[in-house]
Design a protein around this ligand. Sequence first.
Ligand code: IMP
Length: 408
Amino acid sequence: MNTVVVGLQFGDEGKGKVVDAISSKYDIAVRFQGGPNAGHTVVVGGKRYKFHMLPAGIMGTGLGIIGNGCVVSPDKLMEEISEIFGDTMPNFKVSHRAHIILDVHVEMDGWEERMRSSKIGTTKRGIGPAYQDKVGRYGIRFQDLLEEYVLEKKLENMKKRYEPYGLNFDVKEIKKKLLDFGRAMRERITDVSLLLNMEIKNGKSVLFEGAQGTLLDVDFGTYPFVTSSNTVAAQASVGSGVPITSIDNILGVAKAYITRVGQGPLPTEIEGEDAKKLRDAGGEYGTTTGRPRRVGWLDLPLLRYAAMINGVREIALTKIDVLGKMDEIYVCDKYIKEGVKYEYPPLDLDGVEPELVRFESWGNILENESVSDIPEVMEYIRFIEERTGIKVKMVSYGERRKDMEYIA
Ligand code: IMP
């Protein structure tokens, strides 16, 4: 059974937690898009692990893969490995086709943000510029790190690309750094598409771990306030080389409310004291950047759309405990725009007003309490199921591995 776990909102849905809960049932964990803009937090034995580039599922599967759809920062990857695993290298492979994020990409990320009249609020990790160079056919790939002559030629080419911006690009220095990194990665750089397909043929199961969320997808998200990769489940195939026919299941992850970092529409946004309460209760500050996240009520028009695009049949609903801290709980079932009601987002989210449905709060969830036994929680869940047509399969109600329940 090969499964894709995908975020149904603006990222930060708690995919790390869900992946961690199910990963021991799989043999291999795969990241298939994005880079160190992601932040998947896993809490094991009271310790918090923050994954940015490696799949968080590696903790359960024992083998992690960074697919061709990813962009990788050498420094950030090495930092992450040392923070999580100390001196022991984890068991992982990286696609020879995955692209490298260079310092110049990080500089360009900041520069582009400053130039934009309408800011995106990127994570400043160089993600956008690295993907631009990939599509522009300037990119440096992992396989280039293994051949000095090839690398030098490509870096010379890239120097010319960035000369007009007046950015410092020292080919010799960058080449040395990348060759060192390439030597450290030599054993790991491989055709992971071939590897994955062979392993699947041998009966191994794969867990594909999406980063960011559907509403940040470069095609299906709230463009231009999106990330630079496709984040939807179909990208699991393109970003790893595993055919769509080998993917059996798609599990969507949604928070019981909604958050977003950076700019862009958030129709159910909550302001003022209530926003602060929810943000603080949920620790809604970016894993990667520490920025306070904007918060809002669960948005069913966006959720329906995201579930449809991904082909999700089951949802893992996270942070239900956090939502219980609010005195009153609301869900947006429809939008109203210029007198017309919408169950799915209209072409332009500008000017939509959420039609909110009120729910009784369930308060604190007690230790050893089963969420299935809390009528207010179940009323909330059944409403979501009924109004989206999708089964809520799992509910997460805390940080710890064990704070997760399957719903009948
Ligand atoms: P970028 O991916 O750094 O280019 O940022 C583009 C947009 O996506 C910004 O609004 C970021 O805040 C957002 N973003 C990128 N990665 C994540 C994530 O993992 N979680 C939440 N938001 C993200």
